[in-house]
Design a protein around this ligand. Structure first.
Ligand code: F6R
Length: 346
């Protein structure tokens, strides 16, 4: 099935594959969108990136990548409020691809009341209008994509925004990662046969089992991205979890619960893991392997960013091929739309 290009295109009616493959070019196009803005220049004491669903992933990836490089805290927020510390010294980055997400708009209102320095990231909607009416900067992204497919724009917007506000330098890493993603995606495209295509192989492994994706250090947001892409593209239940935390609780369930055999556990690995992490993952793989199917994904790339994005991008392709195996069109998200209609237009 996965080696039949015609069948792949028959399932992928709205061409999600093209959206996924546009990630490297999205990174290219974002820098100029950010550099033409008049951004808040005074040094903030904290950064909060708010967004939901596909619009939350960029902020979480940035937190995992840059927390260690920045001198101020950076928080990714997936609620409709802001923490008490948010105030005039906070750079509040409000991300909603559609610009109409209830939680993110509520956060923006909070940020206005608290006097935060707000920057919007959107393709339009009410968030753009709010930015214009209150005269705060807005990174305006090209419209017409599924929010989760705009990850390149969303992630790079935040990265370049932090660079433009002089909080961190990302230029070289971003350039390197962009070229690297372009190179590696060739190995995962539809015309590469399953026997040589890691994304297709992993999708097959997940076809009959519920995926749990384990991240650690720089790979926690990446693990969550796998989960959400599998949920939304393949319309499949999936969860993510973290090492070492799982060794302090979840592992008991794995040791005793016979339902463990229904799962496939994917471990996101890095050849530069420290010894403690390496041992933790090794033990977890051994213990889970007694019940679940396990698979380790080894990041490639020279920089941390490249390795993070390598592992993330592979998951995007896996979720796509899993959708194909399940015969579901990856693009539409009817259940999400139904919930939004029921909850927010009531
Ligand atoms: C749809 C998707 C969703 C949305 C979420 C928030 O592709 O990924 O998770 O991202 O419902 O909507 P936006 O991103 O428009 O703020």
């Amino acid at each position: 099935m996965l080696d039949d290009i015609k069948k792949i295109h028959a399932v992928d009616k709205s061409n999600m594959l093209a959206v996924i493959s546009s990630l490297p070019s999205q990174i290219d196009r974002t820098k100029s969108l950010v550099s033409r803005l008049d951004l808040p220049k005074q040094n903030p004491s904290s950064v909060i990136v708010s967004g939901m669903g596909g619009s939350s992933v960029g902020g979480e990836l940035i937190r995992d990548w840059l927390s260690d490089k920045m001198h101020i805290p950076i928080m990714a927020n997936r609620t409709s409020g802001l923490p008490r510390f948010a105030g005039p010294d906070t750079l509040a980055i409000m991300v909603s691809y559609s610009g109409n997400t209830h939680e993110t708009l509520a956060c923006t209102e909070h940020a206005l009341r608290r006097g935060c320095r707000i920057v919007g990231v959107t393709s339009g909607g009410r968030l753009e209008k709010l930015c214009r009416s209150r005269d705060f900067p807005c990174i305006l992204l090209p419209p017409g994509m599924p929010p989760r497919g705009a990850i390149g724009y969303l992630f790079s917007s935040i990265a370049y925004l932090l660079q433009e506000t002089a909080l961190v330098r990302v230029e070289e890493d971003m350039r390197e990662a962009r070229g690297f993603l372009e190179e590696i995606q060739h190995g995962w495209t539809a015309n590469v046969e399953a026997k040589n295509n890691e994304a297709k192989k992993i999708a097959k492994l997940l076809e009959k089992r519920t995926p749990i994706i384990y991240g650690h250090t720089f790979y926690n947001a990446v693990a969550r991205r796998w989960k959400t892409q599998i949920n939304e593209n393949a319309k499949t239940l999936a969860w993510n979890s973290e090492i070492p935390e799982m060794t302090h609780n979840e592992i008991e369930g794995w040791a005793r619960d016979s339902r463990g055999k229904k799962f496939a556990a994917i471990f996101l690995r890095d050849r530069h893991e420290n010894n403690v992490t390496r041992n933790q993952v090794k033990v977890a793989v051994e213990m889970l392997g007694k019940k679940a199917k396990t698979h380790e994904v080894w990041a490639q790339g020279t920089t941390i960013l490249s390795r993070m994005l390598h592992n993330m991008y592979l998951g995007d392709y896996v979720s796509f091929y899993l959708a194909v195996l399940k015969g579901v069109d990856p693009m539409p998200v009817h259940a999400i739309q139904e919930v939004k209609k029921k909850v927010y237009s009531a």
